[in-house]
Design a protein around this ligand. Structure first.
Ligand SMILES: *Cc1c(COP(=O)(O)O)cnc(C)c1O
Length: 496
């Protein structure tokens, strides 16, 4: 197979292999890595009807990660998509009310970040070996809740890695904190900091930039890396499930080979929907990519007007993983629609960081024809959960409900009858309080285990193991530090 290199969105002359891009995460001048061309599927689409998740994953990833051997890649895939998932099919497709929900929440943290974070550690450690990195990789993460646990679960007990997660001590939900502090694995460290998420994030960034500290670490046989969502080690594994979903649709004879489908994605950082865009451009017959936002509708406004503007009020919603004003993965799309013009992209990103906004040219706007933007308010989101439940018995989480509402509106406005896959990004059990309140209109302030029982009866779905286990799981982490004590606690963990 022809080797595929990656270049930076802010300097097209930079050229690295896939494994180097995975190790680095971000390019030195701040750009994101992007493949020099989007590879084709390389097989008739019919072939995917008979493939397992692991087989599909190999087909897709081998097109992008051309410097990995077949053995290396298959080993990473098999270690990732195993019994950690509570269903053998990994990502089931469920029909409800005329749409197809692709359930991406059957992994250890019952949200879609598991799809990529369960394989990233293995890709990273393989990349380290391939590039003769002898150091152990230390993952540093600041989390507002979700990513931290998914990263901990992915890296736990992966040889040659350690992971240190900082979270705001009073800034995550009870269930999120419990998920983190009960994490098993000798290589995992969890610390609550006295401060908010921004303090944790700023602290981590400072430590990443500390050259002196990096030298000290190197002498001890360690180097830092990040599990950030802009890493191509997270982006490419997300392409897999769109190919897989098309395969299931074929197998179940919902569509004929070559028939176009639409895809709806509840969007925050723009990683998941960008993966669907890549799937489309690999050759999966996808027509519209429908980008669903919550009340923080920066992307909706961008698709309408061509102006990206983060200077606006920020809302806390019941779909917190989409409460984002800067969608970092959008930069890759901007680069592509600018005709892979690194200077143009760099200029727009400079405007974004200095003024908070930028406007694309009319020519660039044509590149957005694949996309449709939509949004749902808090009331619309809750209403959609209730309606779908009353009509079909199927219970959505708040994020997926945003997408479901946006899809309904899209059909009303366009009359488009193409079969549609909706990315279902979290289990309703993860956001049980908002979901129950949407369904019965009452307040639900009961204890979290009582709440999941109520939801289980309502949805007629058993409580996922990931939640029920928490009840008896021992607390294994109780470290607390001050904002300026992060470096010291890292040294303590690494015995420096
Ligand atoms: C992260 C997340 C999203 C947003 O995905 P992006 O790739 O950041 O756009 C949506 N829903 C849930 C439940 C998430 O955890």
């Amino acid at each position: 197979m022809k080797e595929l290199f990656y270049k930076s969105t802010r300097n097209s002359a930079i050229r690295v292999t896939a494994s180097q891009a995975i190790l680095k995460g971000l390019s030195d001048e701040g750009g994101l890595f992007i493949p020099e061309s989007i590879p084709a599927l390389g097989r008739p689409i019919e072939d995917f009807a008979d493939m397992t998740y692991a087989q599909t994953a190999y087909e897709v990833m081998s097109r992008f990660y051309t410097d990995f051997t077949e053995e290396e890649l298959k080993s990473c895939i098999n270690k990732a998509y195993d019994k950690k998932f509570d269903t053998e099919v990994i990502a089931p497709l469920v029909e409800a009310d005329g749409a197809y929900y692709l359930e991406l929440f059957h992994g250890p943290t019952i949200a879609f970040k598991d799809m990529a974070l369960s394989i990233l550690p293995h890709l990273m450690i393989t990349s380290a070996r391939k590039n003769n990195v002898k150091n152990d990789i230390v993952i540093l993460t600041a989390t507002s809740g979700d990513t931290g646990k998914a990263a901990l679960a992915g890296f736990a007990e992966v040889e040659g890695t350690k992971i240190i997660v900082f979270y705001p001590k009073n800034g995550v939900s009870a269930i999120q904190e419990r998920q983190m502090v009960t994490q098993k694995g000798d290589n995992t460290f969890v610390v609550g900091i006295h401060g908010n998420f921004d303090d944790a994030q700023t602290g981590v960034k400072k430590i990443f930039a500390d050259k002196e500290f990096a030298k000290e670490l190197d002498e001890k046989g360690y180097q830092f890396s990040s599990a950030n969502s802009i890493n191509i080690g997270r982006l490419i594994p997300q392409v897999v499930y769109y190919v897989y979903a098309y395969g299931i649709m074929l197998k179940e004879e919902r569509i004929k080979a070559g028939e176009k489908i639409n895809v709806v994605v509840p969007t925050g950082n723009f990683g998941n929907i960008l993966a669907a865009y890549l799937a489309k451009h690999m050759g999966v017959p996808i027509d519209k990519l429908i980008c669903a936002s919550n009340h923080n509708k920066v992307l909706y406004d961008f698709f309408r007007s061509g102006e990206y503007n983060r200077n606006r009020e920020f809302y806390l919603t019941t779909s917190p993983s989409m409460d984002i004003l800067i969608s970092s993965n959008l930069e890759r799309l901007i680069y592509l629609i600018a005709g892979e013009d690194d200077e143009k992209n760099k200029e727009l990103m400079r405007l974004l960081s200095e003024t908070g906004s930028y406007t694309i040219t009319d020519k660039m706007k044509e590149g957005l024809n694949d996309f449709v933007g939509g949004f749902a308010t808090e009331e619309e989101t809750a209403k959609r959960i209730k309606e779908l439940y009353e009509k079909t018995g199927y219970v959505l989480d708040t994020h997926t409900a945003v997408a479901s509402y946006v899809y309904e509106q899209y059909v009303k406005e366009t009359g488009d009858t193409k079969k549609t896959v909706i990315a279902s990004t979290a289990s309703p059990f993860k956001f049980g309080q908002s979901v129950m309140e949407a369904i019965d209109g009452k307040e639900h302030n009961e204890d979290m285990f009582e709440l999941v029982e109520t939801l289980s009866k309502t949805a007629n779905v058993s409580v996922p193991g990931a939640v029920s286990e928490l009840k008896s799981a021992p607390v294994l982490h109780n470290h607390i530090c001050e904002k300026d004590g992060m470096k010291d606690i890292i040294k303590e963990f690494l015995e420096m």
